[in-house]
Design a protein around this ligand. Structure first.
Ligand SMILES: *[C@@H]1O[C@H](CO)[C@@H](O)[C@H](O)[C@H]1NC(C)=O
Ligand SMILES: *[C@@H]1O[C@H](CO)[C@@H](O)[C@H](O)[C@H]1NC(C)=O
Ligand SMILES: *[C@@H]1O[C@H](CO)[C@@H](O)[C@H](O)[C@H]1NC(C)=O
Length: 460
């Protein structure tokens, strides 16, 4: 008994390490959904949490302007050169390609000279406000992974709001306010993301950092995703394990970086001085040369591939899940309630695969996944989340803790801490040890599995 257990640990150790060689233990990749491993039972699939790569999401969006006829050039009009109100013979003409500035030019290849840009009509109806809504829609939930960067060709607006929607444009929430004077424009105290902390990271702020007053030359506006990530992952985002742990445990944090649509509300163009120069209203307009949005399809850690087909993004779901976001179990795989994959334990996560429906067994208990505070688990070594060997968590049933992050289990066992019998997960333990099987392991493990939840729920 002992001998065979030792042998199987040994066999698993050797083969797992050889299988894992092609996938170096780098945090935050989650780039495979499954690999084949060799156990004494032969080749078996080992399932992992997985997600698509982060990419340029502007290739997949639809853009809508409000008012729809706000783009300059129909009818043709002239506008003043940037920064020179006395050179007002530039022309915008929608019917002449060289003089037209349609919205697509916000998303084309940059680095061209002169740069291409979208431009609005001028503020000729002053004092009626010149306002434009630019709505970017993906018709798919996406997770932002890098700063949103908007590059203006005109001066940066005096007042602007960036908004987001999580329900395909039905409801909107502000993401960030931008103004030359936050108090005056929005009755908010000016703040910068650097003033925030882990605890206030979700606060919606008004910033004056990108206003015309600060640096007249810069034309860029950021929505700072990376600075917010850094509150968890540290400077230069070296400790992604900690960020992923927090994303796993805090739905609000995950949702904060998730959108289906973004809306840029341009509320007042750059004026530069205190008064609007009413004699030269052709000085005032909005022009944007580039918008950058990087992110990935949200597939609930059940897919690495997101396909763009028929102008629609869809996750290619694994783990027997289905739906645009892999948000439910496939038909005949509803043996337990659907659950998103989990980033933990680092680095491979937990797949939480859907399992075949077994009509004879009643509905198993719902997932109860409350991870302990991850930042408190990894204090010993900031580079590695100490997930499987610390004062709280130990590998069970003869499993060994590999690199502090993953239990390597004897062939018969599985689960984050090797706390489950493999046959139990597969539903093949035999009729007497299936549904009514008593929970295995020490009272401490039981407590822990209640605390953590497991890939397959224990039946109590
Ligand atoms: C922009 O959207 C807001 C919110 O729906 C709306 O109140 C406003 O009228 C819109 N502005 C324009 C110029 O369409
Ligand atoms: C999903 O179901 C197929 C059979 O339809 C099976 O071969 C495969 O192993 C299952 N995958 C997972 C992750 O359970
Ligand atoms: C998580 O742990 C850190 C470090 O021990 C602590 O400062 C923080 O307050 C904890 N957060 C929660 C939500 O318990």
């Amino acid at each position: 008994m002992y001998l065979s257990r030792f042998l199987s640990i040994h066999a698993l150790w050797v083969t797992v390490s050889s299988v894992m060689q092609p996938y170096p233990l780098v945090w935050g990749h989650y780039d495979v959904c499954k690999t084949q491993i060799y156990t004494e039972e032969g080749k078996v699939w080992d399932y992992m949490a997985c997600q698509p790569e982060s990419t340029d999401m502007t290739k997949y969006l639809k853009v809508k302007l409000d008012p729809p006829d706000i783009t300059c050039g129909d009818p043709p009009e002239s506008f003043c050169a940037m920064g020179n109100p006395y050179m007002c013979n530039n022309e915008c003409d929608a019917s002449t390609p060289e003089l037209a500035h349609p919205p697509e030019l916000m998303f084309d290849f940059e680095g061209r000279h002169p740069s291409t840009f979208w431009q609005s009509a001028t503020w000729k109806e002053y004092p009626k406000p010149l306002q434009v809504n630019i709505t970017l829609s993906w018709s798919k939930t996406i997770e932002l992974t890098d700063n949103i960067v908007i590059t203006f060709e005109s001066g940066r607006p005096d007042q602007m709001i960036l908004e987001k929607s999580l329900d395909y444009g039905r409801t909107w929430q502000p993401y960030q306010y931008y103004a030359t004077d936050c108090l005056d424009a929005f009755h908010m105290d000016p703040k910068s993301v650097k003033d925030l902390s882990q605890h206030s990271v979700l606060e919606i702020i008004c910033t004056e950092e990108y206003s015309t007053g600060y640096s007249t030359n810069s034309k860029i506006i950021h929505f700072e995703i990376k600075d917010r990530f850094a509150f968890f992952a540290g400077p230069r985002l070296r400790n992604m394990a900690s960020l992923y742990g927090q994303l796993d445990t805090t739905k609000k944090l995950r949702d904060f970086f998730t959108v289906t649509d973004l809306r840029i509300r341009l509320l007042r163009p750059a004026v530069g001085e205190i008064f609007v120069d009413e004699l030269h209203l052709a000085r005032y307009f909005y022009a944007i040369s580039d918008i950058k949005v990087r992110g990935r399809c949200k597939c609930n850690l059940h897919a690495t591939v997101c396909v763009y087909d028929n102008s629609k993004l869809t996750c290619e779901c694994e783990h027997n899940t289905t739906g645009p976001d892999c948000g439910k179990c496939k038909k005949n795989y509803q043996g337990r309630p659907w659950s998103p994959g989990s980033y933990l334990p680092i680095p491979k996560g937990t797949a939480n695969t859907c399992i075949p429906s077994i009509s004879s067994i009643g509905t198993p208990p719902k997932f109860n996944r409350i991870w302990p505070n991850i930042s408190s688990l990894e204090v010993s070594n900031p580079k590695q989340a100490n997930v499987c060997d610390n004062e709280l968590l130990h590998c069970q049933n003869g499993g060994t803790c590999h690199n502090n992050v993953r239990c390597l289990c004897p062939a018969a066992y599985t689960g984050i801490l090797c706390e489950k019998l493999r046959c139990e997960e597969a539903g093949s333990c035999g009729s007497d040890s299936g549904q009514g099987a008593p929970p295995r392991g020490s009272p401490a493990l039981l407590l822990l599995t209640m605390l953590l939840g497991t890939a397959s729920p224990l039946v109590f």
